[in-house]
Design a protein around this ligand. Structure first.
Ligand code: PLP
Length: 365
C-alpha cells in the first residue's frame, strides 16, 4: 500500500462544494484584492486564534518581516531565534535590519532551549522569536520570564502550530505579536500563498496594516513607506471555508499521532516525538528520530511510503549563515537532530490501515 506524505487532494474532495461556492462568490463580486472576504477572514481568524487583531498578508515570511518592522528593529539590534526552523524565521530578522543570534534546541522537543536564550543575551538583544516547531509550543513560561527580566519583545512563529496550546493558553497570545502561514501544506492551508500576523495591541496592528498596504490605511495617504503584502480575496474566501474544519482536522492529526506513538514507541532505536508537560501538540509534522535515519527513509520509500526531513541542515550550518562562523559544538541538539529526524506521513485524512502499514514497515526495518 502506498502512503503519501500528505494528501491535499483528498482533503479538497471532502469540502469541494464549500470551496467552489467560496471561489464563485469572490468572482461574482470581483473582490480580488482587499474587500469583504479579506475583512471577514481577518475577523474569523482573530476569533479562532483568540486574539483581538489579525492582519492578513501575503505569506508567513512577510508576517515575520511586518511584525519586526512594526517593533522597529534597527541595525545593531540582535534578535534571538532557534537553530532548528524553516529559514524564514532567521532570514526575516536580517531583512528587517537586525542581526540573527541562534540558540540550540531542547534535547527532546525540537523547540528553543530557554537556558540557551539566557546565555545568548547581550546588551544589544531586543527580542526573541520562538518557533512552535512541528506543532508543539516552545516553553513559553520560561521564555516570557526571560523576556520580562531583560525587557525584550517576543514574536511567536506559529506557522506550524495553528490551535496549539501551552498551559491551556493558545499559542500566539503570549508575545507582542505572532505570525501564521497558510501555505497549502500547513494545518490551515490556502490554495496558494497566504499569511497573517496577530496581536492584542491595536496600535501595533494598525502599524502592521499600514506597512503591508503601501504605508497607508486610506488610498493615496501614505503615512510611511510600506510594502505590498496582501492576502487576496480568493485565498481569504478559501481560508474562511476551511477554518470551521480546523478543530476537527487537528483532532484527527492528534488521533493519528496516538496510533503512531503506540505502534512505534516500543521499537528499538525509534524515538517518537516527546510532548512536554503542559504543552499540546497539533502535529503539523510527526517527526521521529532514528540513528540510521537515511537507511530507514530508503526502506520506507522502497515500500511506497513517502517521508521528509524537516530540515536536513540546521540554520546555523546553512551556507546563508556561514558568515556568522558558528560551530557544530555550539548546537549539539540541533546538530544531532539534523542527522536523525524523519517526518512520517501525517494528514487529517490518513487512515488506520495507512498508519499500520507505516508502523509495520518501521518495525520490520
Ligand atoms: C512555513 C513557515 C514559514 C513561512 O511561511 P510561508 O507562508 O511559506 O512564507 C515561517 N516559519 C515557519 C516555522 C514555517 O514553517
Amino acid at each position: 500500500m502506498a502512503v503519501p506524505f500528505a494528501d491535499l487532494h483528498l482533503q479538497h474532495q471532502t469540502i469541494k462544494r464549500e470551496i467552489d461556492a467560496a471561489i464563485a462568490g469572490v468572482i461574482a463580486d470581483s473582490a480580488f484584492i482587499r474587500g469583504s472576504y479579506v475583512d471577514a477572514f481577518e475577523r474569523e481568524f482573530a476569533e479562532a486564534a483568540e486574539v483581538k487583531h489579525c492582519v492578513s498578508c501575503a505569506n508567513g515570511t512577510d508576517a515575520l518581516y511586518l511584525a519586526m518592522k512594526a517593533l522597529k528593529v534597527k541595525p545593531g539590534d540582535e534578535v534571538i531565534t532557534t537553530a532548528h526552523s524553516w529559514i524564514s524565521t532567521a532570514a526575516m530578522i536580517t531583512h528587517a535590519g537586525a542581526s540573527v543570534v541562534f540558540c540550540d534546541t531542547e534535547a527532546a522537543t525540537f523547540t528553543i532551549d530557554p537556558a540557551a536564550i539566557e546565555a545568548a543575551i547581550t546588551p544589544r538583544t531586543v527580542g526573541i522569536i520562538p518557533v512552535h516547531l512541528y506543532g508543539q509550543p516552545a516553553d513559553m513560561d520560561a521564555i516570557m520570564a526571560i523576556a520580562a527580566k531583560h525587557g525584550l519583545w517576543v514574536i511567536e512563529d506559529c506557522a506550524q502550530a495553528h490551535l496549539a496550546r501551552y498551559n491551556g493558553q493558545m499559542v500566539g497570545t503570549f508575545g507582542a505579536a505572532a505570525t501564521y502561514s497558510f501555505y497549502p501544506g500547513k494545518n490551515l492551508g490556502a490554495m496558494g500563498d497566504a499569511g497573517a500576523v496577530v496581536t492584542n495591541d491595536g496600535a501595533l496592528a494598525e502599524h502592521m496594516t499600514m506597512l503591508a498596504r503601501h504605508g497607508g490605511l486610506v488610498k493615496h495617504q501614505h503615512q510611511i513607506e510600506g510594502i505590498n503584502s496582501r492576502l487576496d480575496g480568493l485565498q481569504a474566501a478559501i481560508l474562511s471555508a476551511k477554518l470551521p474544519h480546523l478543530a476537527a482536522w487537528t483532532e484527527a492529526r492528534q488521533a493519528a499521532a496516538k496510533v503512531y506513538d503506540a505502534g512505534l514507541g516500543q521499537i528499538e532505536d525509534v524515538i517518537v516525538p516527546a510532548v512536554a508537560p503542559r504543552r499540546s501538540h497539533v502535529y503539523h509534522l510527526y517527526t521521529i528520530r532514528h540513528p540510521r535515519r537515511d537507511a530507514l527513509a530508503a526502506h520506507l520509500k522502497a515500500n511506497g511510503v513517502q517521508t521528509a526531513i524537516n530540515y536536513p541542515v540546521a540554520l546555523p550550518f546553512l551556507a546563508a549563515y556561514q558568515r556568522l562562523g558558528y560551530r557544530m559544538e555550539q548546537f549539539p541538539n540541533a546538530y544531532r537532530d539534523q542527522t536523525q529526524i524523519l517526518s512520517l506521513p501525517m494528514f487529517a485524512e490518513i487512515t488506520r490501515p495507512q498508519l499500520d502499514e507505516v508502523i509495520d514497515l518501521v518495525r520490520k526495518f
